[in-house]
Each structure stands twice: as structure tokens, then as C-alpha cells.
Design a protein around this ligand. Structure first.
Ligand SMILES: Cc1cc2nc3c(=O)[nH]c(=O)nc-3n(C[C@H](O)[C@H](O)[C@H](O)COP(=O)(O)OP(=O)(O)OC[C@H]3O[C@@H](n4cnc5c(N)ncnc54)[C@H](O)[C@@H]3O)c2cc1C
Length: 671
């Protein structure tokens, strides 16, 4: 109604004033032509300056977060990584004991990049050499090494983002590489899971003597950091809650030993958490040996030196899990030698994550460390920059003009103030009880002399890596804008301002799961929480941190399955691995469908090896069919009841067909 009356009024106006219609036609033609000319000009411009190529090495926390946050289409992004997925490492210890399935914590990198909306190329390869002089990286495919030389390729870059992570550090301890298990990648977690079950099966062979059973079921974990502790707790729960029912006669032989070279486990946590964890492990029967330095690992024995007495102790073992920290990857060590960063733990960058001395190379995550500039290195230039009238004295007004820049450029100042309970930097500079600030260079130096002692390296955690990835992507997204309007702090040693604000890490706290549905958390402000309620906090935080709705649904379903039916002690690949690719192949975008399918996965998994309860499967199939029918046919807008009923039965038939053919016994789904 409204549209027809608008049309009538408009045509009346045009009939009464014919010159208006001519003007509108002329304006339209001119503006249309202008638009065409503008777009042509843009296209030509586009041809003149091709997109800059950003090569990203690695698809871990730093790489994934960078790709996820990239919004600008001004770059051609090429990702190189030996694995085509992102793995949610905090849940790796849960994979070792079947609490969570491996498939549930990985997300294909192509799916992450597709969702970011930016065109990203991916090659499953390993970078083995970086040539910073010629802006080139050299790579080798990981899949097929027999492509007649085509498995190797090189890529030119305008910008290089190194996010290659780190490897487990063995500290060159003899035998570790050959005989210990690591917990760094998904494959490592699966290998551990397989080995634990293997050991239980082997130990239940009837002819085996008691001593041998004891040896086989002696699990030694080296390293009392968060990963080692979490694995020890997971293993303890797995053994006591699940395996004890399957292998009751072997319970008396099981021993879990945790070796830590330091004085306490979890020494990066608050004392209360450390104490709680040590007491809990003691009660649980986990043998925590503090001050034990492992000196050698062999196939059947691990030798450790007691730091206090110097005594050498040999412990027979069935399995050693090594979790003592990280070190630089061999390719990184080679690159560090090449660029003159010798004897460093990781690649050294500035506060903008730029590799020192290389403006177009960035390094982030576990493979990098930030070299925070010291205040004392720049103290004279800071003073002279602030002393605008060159009197050799700084007064309050002069100082106020640079105070924000000092705090922004040297974050250690803020940390120092907080630690010493000073309200602001003026308090630090105020001479004794004097109210006004007028200081000379010597006093200025003295007041700030202790500030640099607050500098600390950032921890090698997912939190740091993810924040760095998002920060760097944000810099790339706003590169052009910030070139014109720099927003960083004042350049004390140069002119103008830095383009970007420097990277600032925000700590959101850390968790230490301790088993038995108990977790310890140290949250910002030194807020400590330990116990069952913290476990629920852990569940909710980790669910929200998972990178997609698909992984969230799968992990929650895995937890639910574990609550009801216990952990999976089956060595065979689970059915979940067979069904999940189906979701990806058909590319169902709807999260509801994903969720329903994940419930279906769980049901099928639970029933692997036996017929699933028909009522349950039918109910789930109906739920999936309804979701698919709504999604495909109606988008949930104006459903026509008959049509929906028809579609539901159509989809039900299809799904049942797929399900029956997948589930048919003897088809080897669980192979
Ligand atoms: C078991 C476990 C539990 C953890 N739990 C937590 C936790 O609860 N909270 C937390 O904050 N942190 C946790 N961490 C630490 C966290 O996982 C790391 O700090 C984080 O993964 C570092 O991210 P990154 O991107 O630097 O490296 P990574 O995530 O290790 O990724 C490195 C990437 O580089 C790729 N790569 C390797 N070599 C090459 C090459 N030659 N060329 C190209 N690509 C290459 C790898 O395939 C990978 O994709 C845990 C780690 C482990 C192992």
C-alpha cells in the first residue's frame, strides 16, 4: 500500500515538473559514469601494485590466532606448516587417557581461514631454511618425499611471520630421545594412550612374573610443570576409575612416579597451590620425588641423581613421559646462527614482535622472546626529549607531556609502580616530601634506576602466543592507516612516533588440573581457587576457548560420555574419526546440525562393538533430520508444517541409509 501511493505521488510530481526528471537522469548518468571511472581507476591501481605476500610459518596458537584475526584483503597470505590443522594443546593430556578424543581438539586450518573471510593459501610442508637477504623461504612437503624434486619449493615474501613453536627440551640427557615419550603434539598423545593400554595388556599375560608386571606398570613422568602434573593426574584417574574395573588383578602393581629436579612441583604457581598439589598427589599415591635430576634413560630403567645427597637411583619403568620444558627447533637454531643470534633460547624480537635487525620478519609464540628495551639505556635521551626548554631541569609540566609515552614504551615502569604501591610515576619522582617536581638528570636516573629489574620474559604459553598472533594481525589490518597516523609512543631516539602501540600481554590466569575433578586456578590479582568448583570453571573456560563450535560440541560430548560411561580404553581408532570427516565433506554450516551429529557420534562411539540401542539412535536421527530439514528447506523462517514433515521423512530416510551402511557390522568402521 505504502509503496503504491509513493509511486503515484512521485509520478505526479514528475508530470507536473518535467525539468526535474531530466535533471535526475543527467545526475544519474554522471554519477554512474563517475562510479565506473572510479572503479576502473581502482582496478588499474590494483594492477599496478600487486598485493604484498605474507608468508606464515606454523599453524599453532600464534599462527592460528594471526590467521583468525586477519581481516585485511590487502595481502596475499601463504601458510606453511607440516600439519594442516590447529590443535588445542591444553586438552592434550586429556587425549592421552581417552577423556577427550583427538579429533575433538583439532580444527582444519583451511576451515579457520575460510571463516576469517580472507583468501589464504596453505601448503602442508616444512620450512627448512630462511634466507632473509633475498626474502625467501625454502620448504619441503611432508607427505610425499618422492615427487621427483617437486616436493621442494621456495617462496618469496614481503613479510615473514615465524610461528614455528618449539620442541621438547631433553637437555641432551642420554637415552631420552630414544626411550622416552613426549607430550607436545596430538600424535604424541595418541602414542601415549596406545602404550598405556599395551602395557596393561602385556602385564596381564599369565606367564609373566610379578617383578616384570611391576616394571611394566611403573609409569615415570619427568618434569613437575603444569603438563607433567596434569598428565600424572589424568593417568592416575584413568587407572583408578576405569582400568581398575577392566584389569582388577593388576591394580596392586601400578605405580606412578613424578620426578622433579626443583624443590617443588608447579613452582610457577602460588605456594598454596603447590602445597595442595603435593599433598593431593601424596594422598592419591602418586610418588613425587623432588630434587631428582634425571641423568640417563634406558629401555627398562631411568637413572636419577638426588640433588641433596648426590646419590644415584635407578627406577625400572614400563614407560617414561618427558615433560621438562622447551627448546628451539633445529631449523630455528640454524636460522639464529645465520642472523647472529647465537646462544639464545629463542628468536629475539623487539616490542613490536619484529625480529631484531629485520624489519619485515616477525616472530611470535614459543619460538620467540621479546627483548624489552631498558629505561636506563635511553635515560639521557628521555630526559633531553622531555626537557623542552633545555634548562637541564625537568618540571612537572614538561614531565607530564612525556609520562604516558614513557609508560607505554617501557611497561616495566608500570609494573614497578604497582609492585611498590605507588600511585603514579610522579610519586616516584617526587623528592622526599616536596610537592613539586623539578629534577635534574642525576636525580632522574636515580629515581628510575631500579625500574628495569622488573623486566621478565613472557612465559611460553598458548595465552601469550594467541595474544601475539591477534596483535600482529591487527597491525597488518591497520598498516596503511597507522603509516599515515602513527599511534605508538614517542620515538625517544628518533623523530615522531612509532606506527603501532607495542605488544602488551594481558594475563588472564592459569589452571592446573589435579585430577579427581579438582583443579587449581591462579587468577589475576593473585586470586587463588582450588577444588571441585574450580574444575567447573576450567570446563567452562576451556570450552569457550576452543576455536570452533564443532570442537566445542565434540569436547562437551566427550566429557559427557566420560561422566556416564568412563574413558575409552579401546586401542582401536574410534568411530568418531570415521564420522567427523563426513561433516567436513558435506560442509554443513549449521552448528545445530554439528551439535546433533556430535551427540550421534557419542552414541555410536559408546556402542562401538555392540548394537546401539535402537530407540536412542532413532531419536537422534529424527533430531538430526529435523535440524537438516529446517536448515536446508526453510532456514527456520516460515515453516510450512506439511512441507517440513515431508522433508523430515526424506532426510530421515537418507540419514538412516548412511547410518546403516556405515554401521553395518563387519564393515570395519572401528579399524
Ligand atoms: C600438553 C600441553 C599442554 C599445554 N597446556 C597449556 C595451557 O593449559 N595453557 C597455556 O597457555 N599453554 C599451554 N601449553 C603451551 C602452549 O601449547 C604453547 O605455548 C603454544 O602451543 C605455543 O604456540 P606456538 O604457536 O608458538 O607453537 P605451537 O602451537 O607449537 O605451533 C607451532 C606450529 O609450527 C609448525 N611447525 C613446526 N616446524 C615447522 C617448520 N619447520 N615449518 C613450518 N611450520 C612448522 C607446527 O606444525 C605447528 O603448527 C601446553 C602445551 C602442551 C604441550
Amino acid at each position: 500500500m505504502r509503496w503504491s501511493s509513493f509511486y503515484k505521488n512521485a509520478s505526479r510530481v514528475f508530470n507536473n515538473y518535467p525539468s526535474w526528471s531530466k535533471s535526475i537522469v543527467v545526475c544519474t548518468v554522471i554519477s554512474g559514469g563517475g562510479l565506473v571511472a572510479y572503479s576502473d581507476a581502482k582496478a588499474e591501481n590494483g594492477n599496478q601494485s600487486p598485493k604484498k605476500r605474507v608468508v606464515v610459518l606454523g599453524t599453532g596458537w600464534a599462527g592460528m590466532s594471526f590467521l583468525k584475526s586477519m581481516k585485511s584483503s590487502d595481502y596475499e597470505i601463504h601458510v606453511i606448516s607440516p600439519r594442516n590443522y590447529f590443535a588445542f594443546t591444553p586438552l592434550l593430556p586429556s587425549v592421552t587417557c581417552g577423556t577427550v578424543e583427538a579429533r575433538s581438539i583439532v580444527e582444519p586450518i583451511r576451515s579457520i581461514s575460510r571463516k576469517s573471510g580472507v583468501n589464504i593459501l596453505f601448503s602442508e610442508a616444512q620450512c627448512y631454511k630462511i634466507d632473509p637477504k633475498n626474502n625467501k623461504v625454502y620448504c619441503r612437503a611432508v607427505q610425499d618425499k618422492n615427487l621427483g624434486g617437486l616436493e621442494e619449493f621456495s617462496l618469496d615474501y614481503d613479510y615473514l611471520v615465524i610461528a614455528m613453536g618449539a620442541r621438547s627440551n631433553t637437555f641432551n640427557t642420554p637415552g631420552v630421545q630414544e626411550h622416552a615419550y613426549f607430550l607436545k603434539e596430538v600424535d604424541d598423545a595418541l602414542r601415549i594412550r596406545q602404550k598405556v593400554i599395551d602395557l596393561f595388556e602385556k602385564a596381564s599375560l599369565p606367564a609373566l612374573p610379578e617383578e616384570e608386571k611391576k616394571k611394566l606398570l611403573s609409569f615415570v613422568i619427568v618434569g613437575g610443570g603444569p603438563t607433567g602434573v596434569e598428565f600424572a593426574a589424568e593417568l592416575h584417574d584413568f587407572v583408578h576409575e576405569d582400568l581398575s574395573k577392566l584389569y582388577p588383578s593388576l591394580q596392586k602393581y601400578v605405580k606412578i612416579i613424578l620426578l622433579e629436579a626443583g624443590d617443588h612441583i608447579l613452582n610457577m604457581f602460588d605456594k598454596r597451590i603447590t602445597e595442595f598439589a603435593e599433598n593431593k598427589f601424596n594422598r592419591d599415591g602418586i610418588d613425587v620425588k623432588l630434587g631428582s635430576m634425571v641423568v640417563k634413560v634406558s629401555e627398562n630403567e631411568i637413572s636419577a641423581k638426588d640433588r641433596a645427597t648426590g646419590q644415584l637411583v635407578s627406577i625400572p619403568h614400563g614407560m617414561v613421559v618427558w615433560s621438562t620444558g622447551i627448546g628451539a627447533r633445529p631449523e630455528m637454531l640454524e636460522f639464529m646462527k645465520q642472523i647472529g643470534q647465537i646462544n639464545k633460547r629463542a628468536l629475539v624480537t623487539d616490542e613490536w614482535l619484529r625480529l631484531e635487525g629485520h624489519d619485515n620478519i616477525y616472530a611470535l609464540g614459543d619460538c620467540a622472546t621479546i627483548n624489552q628495551r631498558k629505561v636506563m639505556e635511553d635515560i639521557a635521551v628521555i630526559f633531553s626529549k622531555a626537557d623542552k626548554d633545555n634548562t637541564g631541569m625537568l618540571d612537572l609540566k614538561e614531565f607530564q607531556q612525556v609520562v604516558d609515552d614513557i609508560i607505554e614504551r617501557y611497561p616495566q615502569v608500570e609494573i614497578y609502580l604497582k609492585k611498590n604501591q605507588m600511585k603514579d610515576i610522579h610519586t616516584l619522582l617526587r623528592k622526599s616530601r616536596e610537592r613539586s617536581i623539578t629534577v635534574d638528570i642525576e636525580y632522574f636516573k636515580e629515581a628510575l634506576s631500579n625500574v628495569d629489574s622488573q623486566m621478565k620474559n613472557l612465559p611460553a604459553t598458548a595465552q601469550v602466543a594467541a595474544q601475539q598472533g591477534a596483535y600482529l594481525a591487527d597491525c597488518f589490518n591497520r598498516m596503511e592507516f597507522c603509516e599515515r597516523y602513527p599511534e605508538g609512543p614517542l620515538r625517544f631516539r628518533g623523530v615522531g612516533r612509532h606506527r603501532f602501540r607495542s605488544f602488551r600481554y594481558k594475563h588472564f590466569g592459569q589452571f592446573a588440573p589435579l585430577g579427581g575433578e579438582q583443579t587449581a586456578a591462579q587468577l589475576p590479582g593473585d586470586w587463588i581457587s582450588i577444588g571441585h568448583s574450580t574444575q567447573w570453571l576450567w570446563y567452562s573456560v576451556y570450552t569457550s576457548k576452543l576455536v570452533s563450535w564443532r570442537t566445542r560440541a565434540l569436547v562437551v560430548a566427550d566429557w559427557g560420555r566420560r561422566f556416564i560411561y568412563g574413558r575409552d580404553s579401546n586401542k582401536r581408532r574410534s568411530i568418531i574419526l570415521a564420522l567427523t570427516p563426513a561433516i567436513e565433506v558435506h560442509n554443513f554450516p549449521d552448528r545445530i546440525i554439528g551439535f546433533h551429529l556430535s551427540i550421534l557420534h557419542v552414541t555410536v562411539r559408546l556402542s562401538a562393538g555392540e548394537q546401539p540401542p535402537p530407540a536412542l539412535v532413532n531419536g537422534l536421527l529424527v533430531a538430526v533430520a529435523v535440524a537438516v530439514a529446517f536448515r536446508r528447506g526453510h532456514g527456520g523462517r516460515h515453516p510450512d508444517t506439511d512441507q517440513v514433515t515431508h522433508d523430515v521423512s526424506k532426510w530421515l530416510r537418507k540419514l538412516k541409509g548412511v547410518f546403516v551402511c556405515l554401521y553395518r557390522p563387519n564393515r570395519g568402521l572401528c579399524d
